[in-house]
Design a protein around this ligand. Structure first.
Ligand code: ASP
Length: 315
């Protein structure tokens, strides 16, 4: 994926994976997000944060960038379909008051993250799924669209020739965007959005729309988000675990590492499992950690937006 340099900001990509990924204290605003597509997403979020906007507005606006980008084949429009050819999207959002909204297995709506926010604002619930989520979105004025691009349709047709599903996610066939922000008012919010595992069973929901698994925010402590094999993240309540590790005093990178360790310990082998976590704490320190090499995340603070290679369990 091509990186987008930030207008006026300095993109850096040469961080060593083994430098500590935590910056100094009282670092705000700051925004971090998963994978290469975090760079343009951070740029959008930074436009809001740098003008003293809220973390909630920033994370929603930020993740809408990959959601709308057909080149990003793992989020929103242009995302890979399930094995039956349906693009089904999962997303959640959580703010500093621990208000959260989520949609799962949502079809035909380009911006599931904005529907998730509407779940907070316009419904008495936290989570809507499938047809009900679609109906809610349409009632809220979202437009029904075809999200299956020609490129993704072709890849699906090719996949169907063997229909060989490898539930083990490698680092190429996923790439949720999870984004966490600390705004200049000192408040935290997070967003997570994905088309989920390529060629998944119809109806499969991963970790990304599940509060506590794909995303968790506690404004007293910090926020975390996950990417990778959702089933493993769900089993360990991964993002909640990261935040609880920070509550017990871990810096963000260590908190992520311990959550990775939990997954490693629960599996006989992690050869075919990739999970990555990112975290930011109330002081604006941040970090990430993954099982396998190859996970990176984008950080934007003060005047630069850069990619950081996360340290990994397997080296
Ligand atoms: N966690 C997502 C899922 O399992 C996949 C990913 O991060 O790419 O649906």
């Amino acid at each position: 994926m091509k990186l987008t340099a930030l207008g006026g900001l300095t993109p850096l990509t040469n961080w060593s994976p083994h430098l500590p990924t935590t910056s100094g204290k009282n670092n705000k605003p700051v925004v971090i997000s998963t994978w290469n597509h975090g760079i343009p997403a951070n740029e959008e979020a930074w436009n809001i944060l740098s003008r003293k906007g809220t973390a909630l507005d920033a994370v929603e606006a930020g993740v809408r960038i990959p959601e709308a980008d057909p080149e990003v084949r793992t989020v929103g429009y242009g995302g890979y379909p399930d094995r039956d050819g349906f693009v089904t999207l999962d997303a959640c959002i959580m703010d500093e008051k621990e208000q959260c909204g989520s949609v799962a297995a949502l079809q035909h709506i380009k911006h599931p993250i904005s529907v998730a926010r509407k779940v907070i604002e316009e419904s008495p619930h936290v989570m809507l799924v499938g047809e009900g989520a679609l109906q809610f979105a349409l009632d809220q004025g979202f437009e029904k669209e075809n999200l299956l691009t020609e490129a993704s349709r072709k890849d699906w047709e090719e996949w169907k020739e063997d229909a060989d599903y490898q539930p083990e996610i490698n680092i190429e066939n996923h790439d949720t965007i999870g984004m966490l922000a600390l705004d200049s008012h000192g408040n935290l919010s997070g967003a997570c959005t994905t088309s989920g595992a390529a060629w998944k069973m119809h109806g499969r929901v991963g970790d990304s729309p599940l509060i506590g698994a794909g995303l968790f925010v506690d404004n007293e402590v910090g926020a975390a988000a996950a990417t990778g094999l959702g089933e493993e993240v769900i089993r360990t309540c991964g993002s909640h675990l990261v935040v609880e590790n920070m509550r017990r005093g871990d810096d963000p990178e260590t908190a992520c590492k311990k959550a990775v360790q939990r997954i490693v310990e629960k599996n006989e082998s992690v050869n075919n499992i990739q999970v990555g976590f990112i975290a930011v704490n109330k002081q604006g320190q941040f970090g990430g950690y993954s099982i396998q090499q190859g996970f990176n995340f984008a950080v934007c603070e003060s005047d630069n937006n850069r990619l950081i290679d996360a340290p990994s369990w397997v080296s």
